[in-house]
Design a protein around this ligand. Structure first.
Ligand code: ADP
Ligand code: MG
Length: 368
């Protein structure tokens, strides 16, 4: 069902994304070792990743790094191991169906235990990430398999304390032929900064990687998505309403899905559905936004308010910020502005700033 709010796992629930799926299949076929998936929030990266790995029928685990961070205020190795274990537990059927002997795999991994109900992790895990990867690689090599380990929202790995995951990735890419590392990031700039693929002194420099971009839906794709979603549920929608929703949600499939969900599953009228997406959607955005702007909340908010109200140039935004929060020097101001771009709350095009997500714009204007 297209209007299901969870990230999709089945190809028939994933609208389009044929080219993106092909890219990932091709990379896996070619035994490529590193795949990076870029895209803004709620554009469908997690859905693409899940569908691709299940369709490719390769053993894999997906770690939701953002979830780990928000649950534990940090990203420790044990938390990542627990995520891997829980991914196996949740997907036992998938592994069974394909005949993967996960008992056999985990027997080799100290600290992991497999039972009827799933995979568990000992509270104190000594095994290093590199050893874990090496063991998985050996297991796969002997069976001529490929294992994909995906870090969803990998930019949050920067909160992993002393462990340098970019270094671990580089090592795995160089030494483990049967492992493919996949990372996704919705804060595109931040992910690039974390991977440092253009920095000659950084571990990932010069490594080949397959880059997959998940873009907003075009107007036609958005219309097609809503029409198909309604048709699946036997609803014949009003085309003017669809066009308005498509206009408002600007190709962000996550919000289109919410709209379809309220309209079709909750059976509310068009206006109410639009309002609900803005209300509930802005609640969803609030926690993460608050967290990111906390270090300089008033100034960040002033910048966002300025842009939400139509200021687009560096100097207009700065004037607004000074009026609201007092003097700020150019350097600090520019840094704060850059951070908001890095976090994906602003985009800069032709030296003009704007808020790319209509729900975030609403949140800034109405709730903050
Ligand atoms: P991201 O990981 O980029 O934030 P998600 O994969 O979580 O995005 O998707 C956001 C929402 O949109 C979810 O409700 C998901 O079900 C839906 N969705 C994303 N892409 C598609 C698609 N191609 N077809 C149908 N629904 C989708
Ligand atoms: Mg996601």
């Amino acid at each position: 069902m297209l209007f299901n709010l969870n990230p999709k796992t089945r190809r028939e629930d994933l609208y389009d994304r044929e080219n993106e799926l092909e890219e990932i299949f091709k990379a896996l076929d070619l035994k490529e070792r590193f795949i990076v998936i870029y895209g803004i929030r709620r554009v469908g990266k997690t859905s693409l990743l899940r569908v691709a790995l299940r369709e490719a029928k390769i053993p894999h685990a997906i770690i939701d790094v953002r979830k780990v961070y928000f649950e534990h205020r940090g990203v420790s190795r044990v938390h990542l191991y627990r995520e891997i274990a829980s991914y196996f537990t949740k997907n036992l059927d998938f592994f069974n169906r394909l005949g993967f002997r996960i008992k056999d795999l985990f027997r080799r991994l100290k600290g992991f235990h497999v039972s009827e109900i799933g995979v568990e992790v000992e509270p104190i895990m000594q095994i290093r990430f590199t050893d874990l990867l090496e063991k998985v690689n050996d297991w796969c090599e002997r069976r001529d398999l490929r294992f994909a380990l995906a870090f969803d929202e990998a930019q949050y790995l920067r909160f992993s304390g002393k462990v340098r995951y970019d270094g671990i990735f580089a090592w795995a890419i160089d030494n483990l032929p049967n492992i493919t590392i996949i990372v996704t990031g919705s804060e595109v700039e931040l992910l690039r900064e974390f991977l440092k693929t253009n920095d000659p002194k950084a571990p990932l420099y010069g490594r080949y990687m397959r880059e997959v971009y998940v873009n907003r839906f075009s107007r036609d794709q958005s219309i097609g998505f809503l029409k198909q979603g309604f048709r699946e549920l036997g609803i014949n929608p009003n085309i003017e309403e669809i066009e308005e929703a498509v206009e408002v949600f600007d190709g962000i499939v996550g919000w289109l899905t919410h709209y379809g969900y309220y309209r079709a599953m909750k059976a509310v009228n068009h206006r109410t559905a639009l309002r609900e997406v803005f209300e509930k959607g802005s609640q969803l955005e609030l926690t993460e936004l608050e967290k990111l702007i906390a270090p300089s909340r008033n100034r960040y908010l002033a910048i966002l308010k300025a842009v939400a109200q139509g200021a687009t140039s560096w100097s207009d935004i700065k004037t607004y910020v000074i009026v609201r929060t007092g003097y700020i020097d150019d350097k600090t101001f520019t840094q704060l502005l850059k951070n908001l771009v890095k976090y994906g709350y602003l985009v800069k095009e032709n030296n003009r700033y704007k808020i790319p997500d209509p729900i975030v714009r609403y949140l800034v204007i109405e709730k903050l």
